[in-house]
Design a protein around this ligand. Structure first.
Ligand SMILES: Nc1ncnc2c1ncn2[C@@H]1O[C@H](COP(=O)(O)OP(=O)(O)OP(=O)(O)O)[C@@H](O)[C@H]1O
Length: 257
């Protein structure tokens, strides 16, 4: 460290103008998902490599049948957030838990948010019923304790065994058709911790989905940090935010079918 070994080779190269070129064409995300990273990091320079990449959406062959079933059970019309989360042509949605409420819990093992965990379980269940392959779904959370809480809920059914639940760092360099991000932090004291302060980590989390990115979090807590505020402002302008009113509906939805 004293001799400069804590500095990466890339950082050293960055000091020389001719040594670094920014790559700005990508073949992973559709246009809507890419717009988030463009806002947060790339200042609009990121482009889709092909029209096919730009317009690709998630394949949910049974979505209409699921919607009819949810409607038959009542309350689906009012559950705008679930429609937003399911709709293939709506590639980005942020589910705001502000009104639920969904507070974080600090335990010995770390931070978790059980309400967000239930919500992630519910959305995963509905996506699979709608025909999404479990291997095409990835769940990301910044805290290990939250991954444990989500995995424990998913472990109740073998239908979820191929859904991958991992930290942001474990997803680096990889992607899935659908990514669900649970941001966890939700408190009144203003504490966000170090993990979510790293804009690079946030950028990795929001750039793993190819076709659908569903984020779950408490906006008043998350917007205290500048990079997340920037992201949330963009989501708000683009009408990509849905409010969750209470959890009475989705608790029942988990047990559907
Ligand atoms: N020329 C291409 N045509 C079609 N798809 C491509 C092409 N190049 C890359 N992809 C797809 O784009 C995605 C990202 O590619 P890759 O993993 O090489 O990027 P990366 O630089 O490692 O990204 P990151 O660092 O953000 O994880 C992958 O799903 C890959 O299949």
């Amino acid at each position: 460290r004293a001799l400069g070994m804590d500095e990466s080779l890339f950082k050293r190269l960055e000091r020389n103008d001719n040594a670094v070129v920014q790559l700005n064409v990508q073949y992973r995300m559709n246009r809507k998902i890419m717009s988030l990273s463009n806002k947060l990091v790339y200042e609009g320079k990121l482009e889709c490599g092909s029209e096919q990449t730009a317009t690709a959406v998630v394949r949910l062959p049974l979505v209409t049948a699921v919607e009819i079933e949810l409607e038959r059970r009542g309350g689906y019309k009012e559950a705008r957030w679930l429609k937003d989360a399911l709709e293939p042509n709506n590639p980005v949605c942020f589910l705001n838990t502000e009104k639920v409420p969904a507070p974080e819990t600090a335990e010995q093992g770390g931070l978790s948010n059980i309400t967000e965990a239930h919500l992630v379980h519910c959305i995963t269940n509905v996506l699979i019923k709608a025909g999404c392959r479990p291997t095409d779904i990835g769940i990301i959370a910044p805290y290990r304790q939250q991954l444990k809480a989500i995995s424990a809920l998913l472990a109740k059914s073998p239908a979820f065994s191929a859904v991958e639940v991992n930290t942001v760092d474990k997803y680096q360099g990889r992607d899935k058709s659908v990514i669900i991000v649970s941001f966890v932090r939700s408190n009144a004291d203003g504490n966000l911790g170090e993990l979510l302060k790293d804009w690079r980590r946030i950028n990795v989390a929001i750039t793993r989905a190819k076709h659908k990115l569903i984020m779950v979090g408490c906006i008043p807590s998350l917007q205290r940090y500048t990079p997340l505020q920037k992201l949330l402002d963009h989501l708000n302008t683009e009408q990509m935010i849905s409010f969750l009113i209470c959890h009475c509906f989705w608790k029942g939805t988990v047990k559907l079918f």
